[in-house]
Each structure stands twice: as structure tokens, then as C-alpha cells.
Ligand binder design. Structure first.
Ligand code: NAP
Length: 455
């Protein structure tokens, strides 16, 4: 029997193996979820909200267990894992409180005696999710989707099956109808069967460009809606009038969060010449001192990468960038041993044509692209296939705002690091995907926006 394996990235040891769901089991889960949805779609907002508030409470009650599970399966440092669970509870509370307002009927004056828009659930939504924020990625989809009256089927990344099952349990323990939210333990190739199933009405995927293209094309053939949250190579622009101390500290955090494995991590540090030397020196010093090690130890700052193959891929990008003329300031090597550890790395002199200028890097590697001035900084920022987030550093907030409007991305933060927040829409343009999660925009992605006209 085929099985999915969770490997501890800190030690290389096998944690669990799970039998994959077979074709018959997939069919019976879809049937049960469809039945649960038929009931759930008629439940009013107040009751749905009560359930979601209970899910938030379950998350808080078991915070330590869930945090430890994430750290065990994909290696994020334990403090960040705890914060992730808190954020999941927040998004549940947020939609419990606001969903009804976001989806209330919208009266529109026409020639009818009464006409309005009603926002109605679609049915089962398939969520294909990545391992990097194993709980957060799922809850930011599930909280609005369930509040809108939909059901959820989760296909999580194969290396975080224990998290996938734990999330299913959160909804069960919170008292949601049995089977309204189910996890399928299936390999990537089996996703096609699920998308093509008539009971599945739409699909959302967070992951790589390759997975996005495949899922979107199958959904397209079936004429089903898709939402894609893909990679990013966010610019972090340092202008000559930046508050350099704050900027340097935030730059490190923006790159190293989740050991560098975040779609909205700052990845291209675009620094104007007058600030270049001090920015390079400061980052080199900070990254040199960062404590890399066991993510369960409270003072560890950088854990392992989630898998050995991902660590090796990152190392290859670093080597190819150095070969192309990038100048290594610190790091640049695999850390030996059984775990998937990589040295915090700073490379400067990165230019067009080098891998770290164009490709997304998923790990503790900070690439500096020197530029002459503001105009070149904006040009370089936009010279990317991606368009997820971005950050600009200047003490002139008006200037920051003007420049923020010129960056081609789904979000720009002025004097702050790019982050997700339930109140703000989240998503990208270009090869970072399409559609939005979070806020009132996110909850309207998977609803039938229906016009009702009464003579
Ligand atoms: P990935 O390989 O694309 O995996 C993501 C999910 O897609 C997993 O569940 C995976 O299943 C599944 N999958 C892979 N190939 C598939 C295919 N051909 N058809 C259907 N499903 C498929 O991505 P990853 O390496 O795990 O995650 C890192 C990527 O996600 C990065 O590019 C990162 O920037 C992006 N990301 C984006 C956001 C955002 O919000 N924009 C957030 C987080 C991460 P298996 O595990 O079974 O292969």
C-alpha cells in the first residue's frame, strides 16, 4: 500500500507513515462532505459563527500540541509555530464576527420593485496547500469558506500529513457537522480526480508555479473557478533617507522568518549606493551571529529547511549566482549532519541574469542588488515575473506612498515588512497568482454572486 511519510527535517528520522486514501475512500469522503454541505448551506450565520469561535478556542487550548507538531514535521522554530496558531485563532474570530456583514444582501435600485445581490455558497471547495505555514495557509482559506456556507476538502502537502489530520480534528472538536471539512491523504497526481469530480465546485491552491499551472488548467477544462497563491520574490527597497537601524533589523526579520521559507519573505534587497556599504556590513554581521539549530530550543533563530531536496535546490541557486559573479559576504554552504540545515547567507552584487535576481529563493539567503537611485530601484523591483508583496524604506512617507503605487504587486508596505492580516486582502499578480484571500475580498471568492430581481 502506498504511504505518505513525514520526515523530521531536524534529524532526518521518520516520524510517521500514513496510508494514502484509496479511490473508494476518496469517493465516500466526497459523498459524506456533499451531504454535510447540503445541511450546512441552510445554517444561519449566527450558528456558523458559534462554530468558528469554538474552532478558535480549540486552537488556543491545544496551541502547544499543534505548534510542536508543525515544528516536528517541517522544522519551523517553536516560537513562530505558537504565533502561527494564535493567528489561525484570530482569523477564525475575525470571520465569525464579520462574515455576515461582508455577505449581507446588497440592495441595488433598478426598474424592479426590489432588486438585490445575494451571496450564496457554492458547495465543496478543494484546497491544495503547502507545508510552509501548515496551519495558517489552511485556516485563512477555511474560516471564510465555511462561514460563507461552503464545505472544505483539504489536500495538504505530503510532508505534513499529521498537521492535515490535526486540522480536520480542530473542526470536529469544535462541533462542526461531521465531514464538513475533511483531509484527503493523496499524492499530487490524484488532485486531478478530485477537481474533476462534479461535487467539487472550485479549487484554491497555494504553492509553486508548476502546481498552479497544472491545477488551473484542469479546473479550466472543467470550467470551475480557481484561485492561485503562488511564489514571490519580493523587493525590499532601501532608499538613501531610510531609517537605517529599523530598516536593517526589519530586513533580517523579513528575510529570515520561517527560516526564509515564506512566499512574502523579502528576497531581493534593492539598495541605493549611498546606503550599500552599511547595509551589507550590518546584514553580514547579523546573519553571521544567527543561531542555527534545533527548532525546539527556545533561543534558536534559524531552523532546518523543510526537506533535504529543498535545501539542495537553494544551495544550487547560491552556487550558480556566485559563479555568475555574485559576491558572497557570509554563509554559502550546507551545514553537515542529518538535518536539512543551511548557513544564513548574504550575497551582494546580484545583477540581472543571475539566478537570485530572477528566481524565488526559499531559505535563509539574502541577495543584495545595488542600484544608483530611486528610479533604478523601481525598475529593478518591477523586473520580476512575480508580483506578491514588497517593502520600501524612506523617512518621507509621502514619497513612500507615491513609490508604493508604482510597484507591480499585490501589496506594498512602507517602512514595514510585508505580512498577512485578516483585515487586508492578500494575493498576487503576474506569476504570483490570481484572486485574493482574507478581508471581505477573500470571502467573496467562493460564493455565487446572485442577482435577484422582483417585479
Ligand atoms: P508545491 O510543490 O507546489 O506544493 C504545494 C501543494 O501542491 C502540495 O500540497 C503539493 O502536494 C501540491 N502539488 C504539487 N504539485 C502538484 C500538481 N502538479 N498538481 C496538484 N497538486 C500539486 O509547493 P511547495 O514547494 O510545497 O511550496 C512552496 C511554494 O509555495 C513556493 O513557491 C511559495 O512561494 C509558495 N507559497 C505561496 C504562498 C502564497 O500565499 N502566495 C504561500 C505559501 C507558499 P505534494 O506535497 O503531495 O507534492
Amino acid at each position: 500500500m502506498e504511504c505518505m511519510k513525514s520526515i523530521n527535517p531536524t534529524t532526518g528520522a521518520l516520524i510517521h507513515s500514513y496510508a494514502e486514501h484509496k479511490a473508494g475512500e476518496i469517493q465516500s469522503i466526497l459523498a459524506a462532505t456533499q451531504n454535510a454541505w447540503e445541511q450546512w448551506r441552510c445554517v444561519d450565520y449566527e450558528v456558523r459563527a458559534t462554530h468558528l469561535v469554538r474552532a478558535a478556542a480549540v486552537l488556543r487550548t491545544h496551541k502547544e500540541d499543534y505548534a510542536r507538531l508543525m515544528t516536528l514535521e517541517m522544522g519551523k522554530i517553536i516560537a513562530e509555530a505558537r504565533a502561527e496558531i494564535e493567528k489561525c485563532a484570530w482569523v477564525c474570530d475575525f470571520y465569525a464576527e464579520n462574515a455576515e456583514g461582508f455577505l449581507k444582501d446588497e440592495i441595488i435600485e433598478t426598474d424592479a420593485s426590489r432588486s438585490f445581490v445575494s451571496f450564496e455558497p457554492l458547495g465543496i471547495i478543494l484546497a491544495v496547500m503547502p507545508w510552509n505555514f501548515p496551519f495558517w495557509q489552511v485556516f485563512r482559506f477555511a474560516a471564510p469558506a465555511l462561514m460563507a456556507g461552503n464545505a472544505g476538502i483539504l489536500k495538504h502537502a505530503s510532508n505534513v500529513s499529521a498537521c492535515s489530520l490535526a486540522i480536520e480534528d480542530v473542526f470536529r472538536e469544535a462541533g462542526f457537522p461531521e465531514h464538513l471539512f475533511r483531509s484527503l491523504l493523496i499524492p499530487a497526481w490524484e488532485v486531478e480526480t478530485v477537481i474533476r469530480d462534479k461535487r467539487v465546485k472550485a479549487v484554491t491552491l497555494t504553492g509553486s508555479e508548476a502546481a498552479g499551472k497544472s491545477v488551473a488548467s484542469i479546473a479550466g477544462q472543467e470550467l470551475k473557478k480557481s484561485l492561485l497563491e503562488l511564489g514571490g520574490s519580493d523587493p525590499f527597497i532601501v532608499l538613501e533617507d531610510a531609517d537605517i537601524n529599523r530598516c536593517v533589523r526589519t530586513a533580517t526579520q523579513a528575510r529570515m522568518i520561517n527560516s526564509g521559507q515564506s512566499c512574502i519573505a523579502a528576497k531581493r534587497f534593492i539598495v541605493v549606493q549611498p546606503r550599500l556599504a552599511e547595509f551589507e556590513a550590518a546584514q553580514t554581521e547579523i546573519l553571521n551571529r544567527m543561531r542555527v539549530g534545533d527548532p525546539f530550543v527556545s533561543d534558536t533563530e534559524v531552523g532546518p529547511l523543510a526537506r533535504l531536496d529543498l535545501r539542495d535546490e537553494l544551495h544550487d541557486q547560491v552556487l550558480r549566482t556566485i559563479e555568475a559573479g555574485g559576491r558572497l559576504l557570509t554563509g554559502g554552504n550546507i551545514i553537515g549532519g542529518p538535518g536539512a540545515f543551511y548557513q544564513p547567507t548574504v550575497i551582494t552584487g546580484v545583477k540581472k541574469g543571475m539566478p537570485l535576481y530572477h528566481e524565488e529563493s526559499f531559505g535563509p539567503v539574502l541577495a543584495i542588488i545595488p542600484v544608483q537611485d530611486e528610479e533604478e530601484a523601481i525598475r529593478v523591483a518591477n523586473d520580476s515575473d512575480f508580483g506578491l508583496g514588497g517593502s520600501i524604506w524612506t523617512q518621507d512617507s509621502k514619497r513612500g506612498e507615491v513609490l508604493a503605487r508604482r510597484i507591480d504587486s499585490g501589496a506594498v508596505f512602507v517602512n514595514g515588512m510585508t505580512k498577512s492580516d485578516p483585515r487586508l486582502p492578500f494575493g498576487g499578480i503576474k506569476k504570483s497568482g490570481y484572486g485574493r484571500e482574507l478581508s471581505h475580498y477573500g470571502i467573496k471568492e467562493f460564493v455565487n454572486i446572485k442577482s435577484i430581481w422582483i417585479a
